[in-house]
Design a binder for this molecule. Sequence first.
Ligand code: M6R
Length: 607
Amino acid sequence: MCGIFGCILKDRDAAPIIHSALKRLEYRGYDSVGEAVLHGTNLTIKKDEGKIDEVHALHNLDDIAGRIGIGHTRWATHGAPSQINAHPHTDCNGQIAVVHNGIIENFLGLRRELQERGHAFRSKTDTEIVSHLIEEGIREGLTLPEAVRGAVGRLEGSYTVAVVSVLEPDKIVCARKESPLVLGVADDALYCASDIPAFLPLTNMAVIVNDGELVVLHDKGYEIRKIADGTTISREPEVIDWTPEMAEKQGYPNFMLKEIHEQPLCLRNTLRLQEQYLELMTTFLDRAGEVFLVACGTSYHACLAASYMFSKLAMLATHPVIASEFVEQHGSAVNIDSTILAVSQSGETADTLAAVGVSRQRAATILGLTNAIDSTLTRISRVYICQQSGPEIGVAATKTFTSQLSVLSQLALRLAKRRGKISHEEIEDLEEKLEQIPDIVEKIIKSREEDVKRLAMKYRDKNCFFFLGRGVSSASALEGRLKLLEIAYAPSIAYPAGESKHGPISLIQPGFPVVFICPRDGTRRTIIGNIMEMKARGASIIAIIEEGDKEIKGLADEYIEVTKGLPEILSPIPYVIPLQLFAYYMAVARGHDPDRPRNLAKSVTVQ
Ligand code: M6R
């Protein structure tokens, strides 16, 4: 997601320091860059779309006088990448500059309210409302820190903001909720940043800012206050002994594990999507003559799971299709009544774009779900939704899968509501459970990681694995298999469990590991039958089960428990977590680099 940096220097210009810190944040992924520097009562802003080197070539990011400033790398969430949408954003009078990382859920309402009171908006971002809210606070006589506190108190969603103003030109004010913020402390400087790599070459003394805290940086030091009541908190810096490479991974040994752990945050972000796009996409799906869900790899598995969601909740039959087969299989049948929902993290996968290209020529409606605003997919889609999971650097897709599932389940739920296909009670229950999913995923990661690690050590020398699930869990089985084979190089097979008897069961010999994905759902009796069949042939059963499922515990050689009481249709989100961790620890145990599996590219741009 976006990167933030700010600095107060004793006797040097801030601009070159901001420039080099933003370069160190490049690994986070971004599409635009900007900085604001104070020099007495002068506020100079430089910003543009593009890579830092390109923007520097055009605007000379180093050439601003002043020792206090903030900088930003933007990963677009609201509004396409453009100079106007790049941060910093200012108030009506150009006296306050704000950079932001996160998603402000209630920005449309606040923007309308501010416009009614005469505020003029330049950008399409959610961020710009923050500068106007601060402007109002200052107009009412508040100090800058108090005005920032008042402004962030009105925000729903996630944010880290860093703010400078000509009205109090000796300070930077920051505040955080959910998005990260850390301070760097040196003898001749103070820094604030989204993460440690931004200032690590400058100081290794850091202060972690917690959720719900506001920080004022000034020449004499830093003050931390609670946003809720303004009370002061004292916190000393600690020594960070990370190498720059470790810092980019936030202390995790590699990006894949970091991204597995980011899933609760990403899932929270998917619950903050803009209503109007979800509604619009629901309308297109509702009106479609036929719906194809088209994608590759992990995104295809999300489509497969979604086909169960659309069918079970909204009674909409959809066709999940592997993109590379789409043209051969359905190309000639697609027509003006067809709707293609293309799902692609990168938005650049050649097979997915080829399927979309043929469908467009045949006048089909194209809808897109992607992680990359301004990707080719967003440009050719009638409506697109951003899955909001931030850059995924590990080649194996992890947060991509769960974020896509969360968005797709929201669409299925909306469609169900609109079509009156499920009762109010069911809708309310599903909505409530969907809200709980980020916490549930967080709990599973915290409580089960060690168990999965132990499992990986036990099975690390096995040559082949079988993954089986029924119903929506057959998609989880396919995803668990893909993760394991692509990063641990363990040849694996996955089937809907019922199909295993029609051939694959011949592989089973004593000790052959079979992973069963068994949420407590309508397929329970039959999946237990499948477990018995495998057991009878000596298979070693690893079951992913609901907490306290005694019956399956009694049958399995190993089990991993997942939180109780989840609706069947949402189960792939939590049930895939142990599978991701298993693949990760198997890769590590076998001595492979999970971030860079051989022969694979993050984005496959050739057909
Ligand atoms: O960017 P996309 O979602 O279109 O990518 C699709 C696949 O290439 C991708 O999911 C791939 O299968 C990953 N290596 C899975 O971990």
